[in-house]
Every structure is written in structure tokens, then in C-alpha cells.
Design a protein around this ligand. Structure first.
Ligand SMILES: NC(=O)c1ccc[n+]([C@@H]2O[C@H](COP(=O)([O-])OP(=O)(O)OC[C@H]3O[C@@H](n4cnc5c(N)ncnc54)[C@H](OP(=O)(O)O)[C@@H]3O)[C@@H](O)[C@H]2O)c1
Length: 321
């Protein structure tokens, strides 16, 4: 199967891979400011652009706004200014103390300010929380922002199949398409294939932005060797998935990605991302903190796994569905 060089997102055509920027400025989960900083993420940004990757995913909560500020600063640099096609996706967090349409409008204004733009390509609702504001009220307010020209396309994130259908229906009644459901999706987390989300998204024409597509680094294989391999940093130190027992469990997966990768002169991470891109309607957004990670991840596009390889990877990761 030959992969497309571009895919449609909202009304724009982009490369079938993006970059997640949660780690840019975030000191709570990641270790921004200790092991890496703005210089390294700037290099990741520039390297991605040079490789033709134009989608950058941020959120108002990442680094308490710092991720959006960093993306905003990077977009002002000459290398970014020379490109007309940068596609910025950010997210709104429906926290309990936001209960009026005015607060939604203010949140959009604050993201625009931090990003230093007058228009956001894709604005997503980070979680399907309702609290004191109903989904129809929130979606209607965001639809107004699309009509007012401050937002290009609307998306949701972490919505179940039924929540996705409802949101799609509400927006359709307002004449606005639902572009995206951003979901956790990787070879080690394939739940959207079995819980109806992927089927619903395809039926409704909603793109899946696959978050944590490298299982937060596990699928790179770098954690496999406990003595010579990398050690998980930040909040992942506490995560059972990075402990020896799980590393042993995922070893056959990493080994298969490695051996298939060798045939294509690609890394396990590139194979894992290429497999996701081969799933119709899916765009992975791997996080990258450095130029080397960004370059490696960008090497997931421009080539294709063979059908038999896609099936083999499918078979060995069925337990994670
Ligand atoms: N909507 C949501 O609720 C939600 C939730 C989570 C994430 N997201 C989005 O999805 C994006 C990606 O998810 P994620 O950061 O959780 O997981 P991920 O993309 O699976 O993993 C990213 C981490 O893996 C390591 N890595 C990445 N590329 C690598 C490479 N080529 N070689 C070696 N290591 C590499 C880096 O960490 P180390 O170098 O420290 O190993 C990097 O921070 C986020 O930035 C965010 O935009 C959204």
C-alpha cells in the first residue's frame, strides 16, 4: 500500500504527520528547563518544518500556556515566516469554573494572544467534560467563533463514539463540520479500534489525531535495555509501562518493529508511526523535544510498509486493542 504524501485536515492539505508540543514548556509531566529547553525545541520545530511537517499541536494547559507562547515565538522567526503553511492546533480545557459563553470567547482570545496570531487553524475541546456548561452551549459558542473568522476548524479530544456522534450532530445543525477527534492511539494502545471511536470517526468523516503514538517513547525501543538503555524521566518514572515487567512484555513488538525497520533502513519509531499513517483517517502527532527526535519522526513519511508487514504488526499488537 502506498501512503498519500498529503491528507486533508479541515479545509487544508498537510503532510500526514504532525508534532505534539506538550513537552514544550511543561515542567509538571516533562522535564522542560532541566534536560532540554527552548533552544532544543526550537531546533525540533525548525527541523520539522524543513522536513515538510506543518501541523503543530498545543493546548492552553500545556506548561500553563508556555507551550502556546513558545509556538507563538517560533512562528515569528524567519524560518517560520518564510512558510505560509504552518497549521496550528490548540485546545480548550472545559474546567468546572468556566460556565458562560463569555469565558469560552475569552479563552479563545487568550490562546490567540499567546500564539501571537489572529486566527487558529484548529481549535479542539480537550476533554468531554460538561460540568456547568452543556456541550451544545460550548459547541454553539465555538461555532460562532468559526463564523467570526477566529477559528478555521473545530475538533474534540477524548470523546467516546457516542459523544463524538452527538458533537458532530450539534455542529452539523449549525452548519459547521467536526474536523477532528484527538485520541490516544498507538500500537500499544489500540482501544479506538475496538470501542467504536475509529468506526464512528470514519463514518462521520472526522480525522483521528493520534496522540502518544510512540507510547511516550516505549515504541522507540530505547527503554528496552535496563542497563544500557535510556531511563524514563519526569512523570514517566512512576508509570508501570516503563518498568521491567512491561518492557519484557512489549519486547516482541519492539523486536518486530526493529527487524521490519532494518529492511527499510528505518527505526522502530518510524515503523510504528508509518503503521498508524497507513490506517485511513489517522494522523499521528508524536512529541519531539530535539532536532534528532524531530528528524527521526519526520522519517516516518515518504515511504510505505508492505501490506504483509502491516498485517504482521497488526497481529502481534492485537492484545493492545
Ligand atoms: N489530547 C490529549 O488528551 C493528549 C494527551 C497526551 C498527548 N497529547 C498530544 O500528543 C502529543 C504526543 O504525545 P506524547 O508526547 O504523550 O507521546 P509520544 O509522542 O508517544 O512520545 C513523545 C516522547 O517520546 C520520546 N520521543 C519522541 N520521538 C522520539 C524519537 N524519535 N526517538 C526517541 N525518543 C523519542 C520523547 O521523550 P523522551 O526523549 O523523554 O523519551 C518524547 O517527548 C503531545 O505532545 C500532545 O500534543 C494529547
Amino acid at each position: 500500500m502506498s501512503l498519500p504524501s498529503t491528507v486533508q485536515l479541515g479545509n487544508r492539505s498537510i503532510a500526514p504527520l504532525g508534532v505534539g508540543t506538550w513537552a514544550w514548556g511543561d515542567k509538571f509531566f516533562w522535564t522542560y528547563g532541566k534536560e532540554y529547553g527552548e533552544e532544543q525545541v526550537a531546533e525540533a520545530f525548525n527541523t520539522s518544518l524543513e522536513a515538510g511537517i506543518t501541523l503543530f499541536d498545543t493546548a492552553e494547559v500545556y506548561g500553563l500556556g508556555e507551550s502556546e507562547r513558545i509556538v507563538g515565538r517560533l512562528m515569528k522567526t524567519p524560518i517560520a515566516q518564510a512558510r505560509e503553511t504552518i497549521y496550528i492546533a490548540t485546545k480548550y480545557m472545559p474546567v468546572p469554573w468556566r460556565f458562560s459563553a463569555k469565558q469560552v470567547t475569552e479563552a479563545v482570545s487568550a490562546s490567540l494572544d499567546r500564539l501571537g496570531v489572529t486566527f487558529i487553524d484548529l481549535y479542539q475541546i480537550h476533554q468531554p467534560f460538561s460540568f456547568l456548561m452543556s456541550q451544545p452551549t460550548l459547541l454553539k459558542t465555538l461555532a460562532e467563533e468559526v463564523k467570526a473568522g477566529r477559528i478555521g476548524a473545530l475538533g474534540v479530544s477524548n470523546y467516546s463514539a457516542s459523544q463524538l456522534r452527538e458533537a458532530h450532530g450539534t455542529l452539523a445543525s449549525l452548519g459547521i463540520p467536526l474536523a477532528v477527534n484527538q485520541m490516544q492511539y498507538s500500537l500499544l494502545y489500540r482501544k479506538i479500534e475496538s470501542n467504536g471511536v475509529l468506526d464512528a470517526a470514519r463514518e462521520l468523516g472526522v480525522t483521528i489525531l493520534a496522540y502518544s503514538p510512540l507510547a511516550q517513547g516505549l515504541l522507540t525501543g530505547k527503554y528496552q535495555n535496563s542497563t544500557e538503555g535510556a531511563a524514563a524521566t519526569g512523570a514517566r518514572k512512576m508509570d508501570a509501562r516503563f518498568k521491567a515487567e512491561n518492557l519484557e512484555k512489549i519486547k516482541p513488538v519492539v523486536d518486530l518493529l526493529t527487524s521490519i525497520g532494518q529492511k527499510h533502513d528505518r527505526t522502530p519509531a518510524q515503523v510504528a508511526l508509518n503503521w498508524l499513517i497507513a490506517q485511513p483517517g489517522v494522523i499521528p502527532i508524536p512529541g519531539a523535544k530535539t532536532a534528532a527526535q524531530a528528524a527521526q519522526n519526520a522519517g516516518a513519511i515518504g515511504w510505505s510498509l508492505q501490506d504483509e508487514e502491516i498485517e504482521e504488526i497488526d497481529r502481534i499488537t492485537r492484545a493492545w486493542r
